[in-house]
Every structure is written in C-alpha cells, then in structure tokens.
Design a binder for this molecule. Structure first.
Ligand code: ADP
Ligand code: ADP
Ligand code: ZN
Length: 216
C-alpha cells in the first residue's frame, strides 16, 4: 500500500505510524526524521536544512522532494510506503503525483488525522522523544515506564528543539497556511479518510487499520 499520513504537528502521525507499519508491513518514511538524522550526523543536507527546522519553517519544496524520491526509489519501498510529514505543500503534492505517474504507481489512501489547535499546543509542549531511536512519548499522557529513559532502547528521552512554545505556534500557522489546503486537494482526488485524533492511541490505530481494510 502507498499511504500518506496527513495532519497538523502534534496530531499523532509519528505515533500512529509506529503502530501501523507492523500490520501494514511497509516502511515508515518521515521527512522530519530524515532531516533530524542528517542534522545529527552533520551531513551536507543536515547543514542545509538545520535553520529551517530550528525556526519551524518548511524546507524548500525542491530539496524536500528530491530527498523523498531518493528514499522512495530504494528497494524496500517497492511494495509500498507510509509517508509521514510529506507532502506538506501543494507543490510537493504535485511533485509526488508526477513522480508516481512516471513510475506507473498510484497512491492508495491519505489518512488525515484531525485535532484542534488548543490540544496540539499541549501535545507538542509535552512531547518527548528518544534521542537514539526516535520513539515518541508525552510527559503526561504517554510517559516512558522509567522517567527519562526510552522503553525500547533505554536511551535518554529529550525535548525536541522545535517543540519550544514560540516555534510550536509558528509551526501550527505554517500548517494552516501551507498544509491544510492538501485536505481539499486529496478530497478532490477521492483519497481522504479522516479520523478523530483525540481518541486513545491504540483505538485510533485499530480504526485506521479497519478503514484501510474496508477500502481495499
Ligand atoms: P506528529 O508526528 O503528528 O507531530 P506525534 O506522534 O509526535 O505527532 O504526537 C505528538 C504528541 O502527542 C506526543 O507527545 C504523543 O505522545 C502525543 N499523542 C499522540 N497521539 C495521541 C493520542 N491519540 N492521544 C493523546 N496523545 C497523543
Ligand atoms: P511535526 O510532525 O511535529 O510537524 P516533523 O518531524 O514532521 O514535525 O517535521 C519537523 C520539521 O522538518 C518541520 O517543521 C520542517 O522544518 C521540516 N519538514 C518536515 N517535513 C517537511 C516537508 N514535507 N516539507 C518541508 N519541510 C519539512
Ligand atoms: Zn529509544
């Protein structure tokens, strides 16, 4: 299956992706994770994108699209993929569409996770992530079993630089201006499935899996 996870920052895309990939048996492709790994490893790409991430701005479309196709053209994406955080703009969606057509491929569904802004701010402010494996937690709603330590790999659990309050508000604005129009775009393409992102994590995962099975 070729799927997109759409939703504002803090909607739970990464959290759902982690739950969904085992059942769907496709790789989780997160542009945010790719950028953060490159920043951590101080690659050329990392140097180029660092300031955008720190300021909560979008990395330019052309660069982002190139990075995504480099990844999607790898062997493990031949049977499908779960895109998380891409596309985030109409030009990115158009570039994805053109690239898929070139390769004779089609998207199956766009999973849209809906959450109100006031909840997003609380979620992002309380979000904590594992420094090494990227697992996602929340200080109040979904803390690691041992304080400050990742459940899966025992590494340190930290706050992302861009989850500080000023950046969070900026990222939500960027979402409203640049990404929200994609809901309409993919509705017109007949691909949208919308879910209530305020439901408990596992309940929501099951709902998404059921809906994807039904739509086959
Ligand atoms: P995104 O990838 O869309 O930015 P995340 O998956 O990182 O979102 O989730 C943002 C924060 O919200 C995390 O702290 C996560 O633990 C929490 N969260 C995710 N899904 C839910 C949910 N259904 N209910 C409550 N909190 C959630
Ligand atoms: P969240 O799910 O919390 O919004 P992500 O990890 O998806 O965060 O993205 C973090 C940052 O990486 C974004 O604020 C942006 O700077 C950059 N980024 C990720 N995906 C894209 C994209 N498709 N286009 C442009 N920039 C992106
Ligand atoms: Zn970890």
């Amino acid at each position: 299956m070729r799927l997109i996870l759409l939703g504002p920052p803090g909607a739970g895309k990464g959290t759902q992706a982690a739950n969904l990939i085992d059942s769907l048996n496709i790789p989780h492709i997160s542009t945010g994770d790719i950028f953060r790994a490159n920043i951590k490893n101080e690659t050329e790409l990392g140097k180029e994108v660092k300031s955008y991430l720190n300021e909560g701005k979008l990395v330019p479309d052309e660069l982002t699209t190139r990075v995504v196709w480099d990844r999607l053209d790898q062997e493990d994406c031949k049977c499908g993929f779960l895109l998380d955080g891409f596309p985030r703009t109409i030009p990115q969606a158009e570039a994805l569409k053109a690239g898929l057509i070139e390769r004779g491929l089609e998207l199956d569904k766009v999973v849209n996770i809906d959450v109100d802004t006031d909840i997003l701010v609380k979620r992002l402010a309380g979000r904590r992530v594992c420094k090494s494996c990227g697992a996602t937690y929340h200080v109040a709603g979904n803390p690691p079993k041992v304080d400050g330590k990742c459940d899966s790999c025992d590494s340190e659990v930290i706050q992302r630089d861009d989850d500080k309050e000023e950046t969070v508000l900026n990222r939500i604005k960027v979402y409203e201006n640049q990404t929200q129009p994609l809901i309409n775009y993919y509705t017109k393409e007949g691909l949208i499935l919308t879910f209530d992102g305020t439901k408990p994590i596992d309940e929501l995962s099951q709902e998404i899996l059921d809906a994807l099975n039904e739509s086959k």
